[in-house]
Write a protein that binds this ligand. Structure first.
Ligand code: SAM
Length: 266
């Protein structure tokens, strides 16, 4: 495939990714906090605010709300935030979220957190084990909002996943992606490189007892296409950029350490 994965055949990449996340599922949240010095929470909060999930018309009990699909939803971090946003900001008690992930251990951890954290009182969350590149159990034109946070860089074929995103979204539906990206500031870059290549594998070794998986995560971030290239792939799949022709298609967070890309299905 493209983008630096040439040396790894698809099937072995897939099982490699699955293994990485199986080995990190239970320590996943602690590790996220340590590795990002807590900033992943701010990025996720921002991401959810910026997509504004849910609809206002539910307030009078009329609207049906949205059907939201959170791909590579892992332990539910994005889904829980979206549910909260629907309910608190939009007074929407109707929208439903499907949390989908390829890894059953991550989903199991998510379900446990949903139960224990009281995130789902009314069955608005459902859980689906699926590969983002093949969402055959989800019908065409059935989803209002498709989200993927820190997931797309792990997909063997991003193009296939984007095509599936396009297929399942309704016309007018929104694709939103949060992912690590290319830092566009020299100073941030120097600090970031030291941190990611020096500290992260070490933290992985000390906290999760697994240096190799975290080394892999750092490398997968390094290999991931930059802002412009990902935007091109989103357009290639048929999406329009939210701001129309003039729209840039993405928004950098912290100098490009992370980035939000959006597309709209025409
Ligand atoms: N979205 C969550 C978050 O932001 O905390 C989890 C992100 S985690 C870094 C990446 C997730 O992608 C893992 O749960 C992994 O199992 C999942 N994943 C990797 N490849 C996938 C694929 N092809 N299809 C669906 N999920 C995949």
């Amino acid at each position: 495939t493209h983008f630096g994965f040439q040396t790894v055949p698809s099937s072995s990449k897939q099982s490699r990714v699955a293994n990485v996340f199986t080995s990190v599922a239970s320590s996943y949240d602690t590790m996220n906090d340590l590795m990002s010095l807590g900033t992943h929470r701010l990025w996720k909060d921002y991401f959810v605010r910026s997509i504004n999930p849910g609809t206002r018309d539910c307030e009078e009990g009329k609207g049906k709300g949205q059907t939201i699909l959170d791909i590579a939803g892992g332990t539910g971090d994005i889904a829980f935030r979206m549910l909260e946003h629907c309910t608190v900001v939009n007074k929407d008690h109707a929208s439903k979220i499907i949390v989908s992930d390829i890894n059953p251990d991550m989903l199991a951890e998510g379900k446990r957190r949903a139960r224990e954290g009281g995130h789902d009182h009314s069955g608005r969350l459902s859980w689906l084990e699926a590969n983002a590149e093949n969402l055959h159990t989800i019908s065409d034109n059935s989803i209002d909002l498709y989200t993927v946070a820190f997931g797309i860089r792990n997909f063997t074929s991003k193009a296939l996943a984007l095509r599936e995103a396009f297929r399942v979204l309704k016309p007018g539906g929104v694709f939103a992606c949060l992912e690590f990206s290319k830092v566009n500031n020299r100073l941030v870059e120097a600090l970031y490189k030291r941190w990611s290549f020096g500290a992260i594998p070490l933290i992985g070794q000390l906290v999760a007892g697994d240096r190799e998986s975290y080394q892999y995560l750092v490398e997968s971030i390094e290999r991931f296409p930059g802002q412009e290239e990902l935007k091109g792939m989103i357009e290639e799949a048929g999406f329009l950029l939210p701001g129309g022709e003039e729209g840039k298609g993405w928004e950098d967070l912290m100098g490009g350490i992370a980035c939000v890309h959006k597309g709209v299905k025409p």
